[in-house]
Design a protein. Structure first.
Length: 269
C-alpha cells in the first residue's frame, strides 16, 4: 500500500526526539519549508546558471571522462548561495543530531530538471565498495527549492530499507513501479528538505501530469566520521580544499572538509 504526504507546519529546531526516532527507524525525515526564503531565492538563479552555462555538464564530464585533467572550472560549492547551503547552521544542527557531532562533507549536486524528465529507478546512494555493512551513517539532503506539487515529479521512498546490505541497483529491475510499503512524497512547500539515510531505497516518479514547471533540486551529502569513505569525484581533494579556503564551515566544524576521512578515488568501470 502506498502512503502519501501532505503539507505540514514548520517544526522547531533542534529536532524533537520523535523526529530522531523516526529517522532511525524509517530512514528519512521531511522538513517542510526548512530553508529560509532569501536563501532559496539566491539558490535558484545559481542553479539556472549551473545548467544554462554548461557548468553542470562540464562537472559531469570531469567525473566520467577517463581523459579529463583536473577539476572543472567551477564547482557547485564555489557558487555563493550553494556554498552557504553546504554549512547552513540549522542544517548542521540537524545532521549533528542524526549522525553525531563530527561529520564530513561528501559532495553536492545541483540541477534544474526539465518538465517531463523521465523517472529514476529504485536505487540507493550509500558509498561502499563492496557493500558490506551499515555501521556508519551517510546522509543525503534533498533540498526542493520550489517544493513538490502536482506539476513536479514526486519522490518515492521505501521506509526501513536502509538496514539492508544490498547493491545500489538491487531494485532497479522494478523501474519506478510501486513497491509494497513505499511512501510517496508529492506535496511540499517551497524550501523543503528531505533528509535521507543514503542507504534508503528511493525513486523519482515520472510526473503524471506533465506540468510545465522545472524541478529545482540541490542534493548535498555528508558522512559520519569513524571510517574512510569512497569519494565519487576524482577532484575530491580540490573540492575539500576549496571548502576550507572559502571557510564554508564558518569556523565551527573542522572535520567538515578534512581529507583523512576518505579513501583514494577509484574510477568506476
Amino acid at each position: 500500500m502506498t502512503s502519501r504526504t501532505s503539507f505540514a507546519p514548520e517544526r522547531p529546531f533542534p529536532l524533537e526526539a520523535a523526529q530522531i526516532d523516526r529517522f532511525t527507524r524509517l530512514g528519512y525525515l521531511v522538513l517542510p519549508a526548512f530553508l529560509p526564503g532569501d536563501l532559496v531565492e539566491r539558490l535558484k538563479p545559481e542553479a539556472d546558471r549551473w545548467v544554462d552555462e554548461g557548468l553542470r555538464d562540464r562537472s559531469i564530464q570531469s567525473c566520467v571522462d577517463p581523459g579529463a585533467q583536473g577539476p572543472p572550472p567551477v564547482m557547485e560549492i564555489e557558487l555563493a548561495a550553494h556554498g552557504e547551503l553546504v554549512g547552513h547552521p540549522p542544517l548542521m544542527d540537524v545532521l549533528a543530531q542524526l549522525m553525531g557531532p563530527e561529520f564530513v562533507f561528501h559532495h553536492m549536486h545541483s540541477h534544474r530538471q526539465d518538465p517531463g524528465l523521465p523517472g529514476k529507478s529504485w536505487h540507493h546512494d550509500y558509498e561502499q565498495n563492496p557493500q558490506a555493512e551499515r555501521t556508519h551513517t551517510m546522509i543525503h539532503t534533498l533540498h526542493y527549492l520550489d517544493g513538490i506539487d502536482a506539476g513536479t515529479a514526486p519522490l518515492a521512498v521505501l521506509p526501513g530499507s536502509q538496514y539492508e546490505v544490498a547493491a545500489k541497483n538491487a531494485r532497479a529491475a522494478h523501474g519506478t513501479a510501486e513497491l509494497p510499503g513505499e511512501v510517496v512524497i508529492d506535496r511540499l512547500p517551497p524550501g523543503s528538505t528531505v533528509v535521507l539515510h543514503s542507504a534508503l531505497f528511493h525513486a523519482r516518479r515520472p510526473n503524471p501530469r506533465q506540468g510545465d514547471q522545472p524541478r529545482y533540486l540541490v542534493d548535498g551529502s555528508y558522512c559520519q566520521v569513524g571510517r574512510r569513505w569512497p569519494p565519487v569525484k576524482p577532484f575530491w581533494r580540490h573540492m575539500l580544499r576549496r571548502g576550507r579556503d572559502l571557510r564554508l564551515d564558518r569556523g565551527r566544524r573542522p572535520e567538515l572538509f578534512a581529507e583523512r576521512h576518505f579513501e583514494e578515488y577509484v574510477r568506476p568501470v
